[in-house]
Ligand binder design. Structure first.
Ligand SMILES: Cc1cc2nc3c(=O)[nH]c(=O)nc-3n(C[C@H](O)[C@H](O)[C@H](O)COP(=O)(O)O)c2cc1C
Length: 179
């Protein structure tokens, strides 16, 4: 069976090479509108999202990440954003035990909406670690400006793809009907 939704799901791949072309804010808002329409526990919308599309601001965050993780290679810290020209930082409400799932579903919708609009994406866990574990994490997080009791839990980068990666293998045997 094929339809536009299935096509978008099957065609989406993590993009790690981007053109420098920015993604228009209108397009990002369409992507975000799809994101916040994800299923979420009790409709608490237990997420907050900050979008960085300004290269200077992105550079500032990466510089702070380098300064706050002196034991790690600067190239690795800068590279962990995969060169995506737009980065979304997603935080979860620590007061709700299902908020990580809400954020994951939000991110999934965002990436599929992007795919349908011809925008590439990459879900990223490593910047979350490098920010939350940084010696200067409070400074980086205050720049993002999340509310009290919210914790950065996921990043999703967006941009126009400069590569067409093959699908990685999936194991359908992890799915079983129980008779
Ligand atoms: C929670 C999560 C964290 C991830 N973190 C990273 C990351 O830090 N760096 C990276 O390059 N890819 C990251 N990915 C992307 C995965 O590697 C990718 O989704 C997986 O290999 C399947 O490939 P596909 O997305 O192209 O189907 C992450 C994906 C998820 C869902």
């Amino acid at each position: 069976m094929q339809n536009e939704v299935i096509n978008a799901i099957m065609a989406r791949r993590s993009i790690r090479q981007y053109h420098a072309t920015p993604v228009a804010r209108d397009t990002m808002m369409q992507i975000m509108t799809c994101g916040i329409n994800a299923a979420n526990g009790q409709n608490k919308q237990s997420w907050e999202v900050r979008i960085i599309d300004n290269p200077a601001k992105m550079q500032q965050i990466q510089d702070l990440m380098v300064a706050g993780n002196p034991a790690l290679q600067p190239d690795m810290l800068r590279g962990c954003m995969r060169g995506a020209p737009v980065m979304t930082f997603i935080a979860r409400d620590l007061g709700y035990d299902f908020s990580a799932y809400d954020c994951g579903l939000l991110a999934g919708n965002m990436m599929l909406a992007a795919q349908s609009l011809g925008v590439g994406s990459i879900c990223l866990g490593s910047p979350v670690r490098f920010i939350n574990d940084a010696a200067n994490s409070a400074e980086i997080l205050s720049l993002l400006g999340f509310s009290e009791n919210y914790e950065l839990c996921l990043c999703v980068g967006f941009g126009y793809a400069n590569e067409s990666p093959e699908a990685k293998p999936r194991d359908i045997n992890k799915v079983q009907f129980v008779d």
